[in-house]
Design a protein around this ligand. Structure first.
Ligand SMILES: CC(C)(COP(=O)(O)OP(=O)(O)OC[C@H]1O[C@@H](n2cnc3c(N)ncnc32)[C@H](O)[C@@H]1OP(=O)(O)O)[C@@H](O)C(=O)NCCC(=O)NCCS
Length: 323
């Protein structure tokens, strides 16, 4: 990896066109004939101190030499001072066979600040775009999805999913207070299997779970093999500021060794039936992009994906104090 120092205005322009046209501060790739870069953090620090000391918003972008070569670019180590052949050499990215005035943006990646906390924003917001213009990168993605069913919706597909589990000898039913210990035990077993990303992760069940399930606004549906709870989904009713009433899926888990038998779909389908009977018409759910099983399960139930949520992390500033 070689490093290039960029400014938010140059990066923002490149994101819009897909072409990075600067070579260094105040000079274009076309004018200079190549892109200025640094071998490592030490060289970048010296360049930053010399040319970017007044720009604390300058940040580091990494370029992969193999990828550059694959796109026809040539990286040559050349003296930093062209008039002095003995001066320290820096990597210079010379034009490819195609592009003589830019580097394609996909070949450049802002260097994320190590250990930085992410900001989770919906991908279609102006704020998410502004942060990415300023060099923030996506560390992980998560999704939200909604299901809308009318009063007279055809509920047969949900009954079929429950019946498919019952045909395997599994009982699917709404949980009662007496099931709460089993629910807590299954959740504890499944906790390490929930993907952990910035926007989606397992949280411990709350102490007032039993009280919430006894009330009108909580429902849990379980799948049983004999007396053993092997699948569960938990939903809470929320009342939005816009007057919308929605059943939000808090979590769904299937015991290890029983995944892939349709039990996730069965408990979720049964929860839709139970809450539809209570007047529910809108449901919400979500998860990590990497959780393929969860995504498939929700698509099978008719949930429609909303715009993704991005976990964005800031770039590493060009180290202007180290020169
Ligand atoms: C996610 C989870 C609840 C799914 O339960 P499940 O009983 O295994 O799921 P189902 O058998 O009902 O399958 C649902 C769909 O996902 C698919 N699927 C199952 N496991 C999969 C996997 N590892 N990768 C990709 N797809 C998978 C199934 O083929 C099915 O798709 P289909 O409708 O096209 O046939 C279960 O894997 C689990 O408990 N994971 C750990 C906890 C977790 O991640 N919960 C969700 C948090 S958002």
């Amino acid at each position: 990896m070689i490093l290039h120092i960029t400014l938010p205005e140059d990066w923002a322009g490149a994101r819009r066109t897909g072409r990075y046209t600067a070579s260094t501060r105040g000079a274009t790739f076309f004018e200079v004939g190549f892109l200025h870069a640094s071998e490592d953090a030490r060289q970048a620090a010296a360049v930053a101190a010399a040319f970017y000391a007044d720009r604390p918003d300058a940040f580091l972008v990494a370029l992969d030499e193999e990828a550059l070569a694959g796109s026809g670019f040539a990286v040559r180590r050349e003296p930093g001072d062209p008039a002095d052949p003995a001066s320290e050499c820096f990597p210079h990215v010379h034009p490819g066979t195609q592009a003589r005035d830019h580097i394609p943006v996909p070949l450049m990646t802002p260097v994320a600040m190590p250990g930085a906390e992410a900001r989770v924003l919906r991908q279609d917001t102006a704020e998410a775009a502004a942060l990415q213009d300023a060099g923030w990168t996506v560390r992980s993605r998560s999704w939200g999805a909604r299901l809308h069913l009318a009063d007279d919706a055809d509920l047969a597909p949900y009954r079929d999913l429950v019946a498919a589990a019952e045909a395997q000898g599994v009982e699917v039913r709404v949980l009662e207070t007496a099931d709460s210990l089993a629910l807590r035990a299954l959740d504890a077993e499944a906790a390490p299997r929930f993907p952990r990303t910035d926007g989606s992760f397992h949280t411990p069940l709350s102490d007032d779970l039993e009280a919430r399930l006894d009330g009108e606004d909580g429902v849990a549906v379980g799948a049983f093999a004999g007396a053993e709870l092997i699948g569960v989904t938990l939903l809470f009713r929320t009342h939005g500021a816009d007057g919308d009433v929605r059943w939000d899926v808090d979590r769904t888990a299937v015991r290890q060794g029983h995944e892939g038998r349709g039990l996730g779909k069965a408990v979720k389908a049964a929860s839709v039936l139970a809450t539809h009977a209570r007047g529910g018409r809108i449901w919400g759910t979500g998860g990590a992009e990497v959780n393929a099983a969860s995504l498939r399960m929700n698509e099978a139930l008719g949930f429609a994906l909303e715009p993704l949520w991005l976990a964005l992390v800031p770039p590493t500033p060009a180290p202007t104090n180290a020169g």
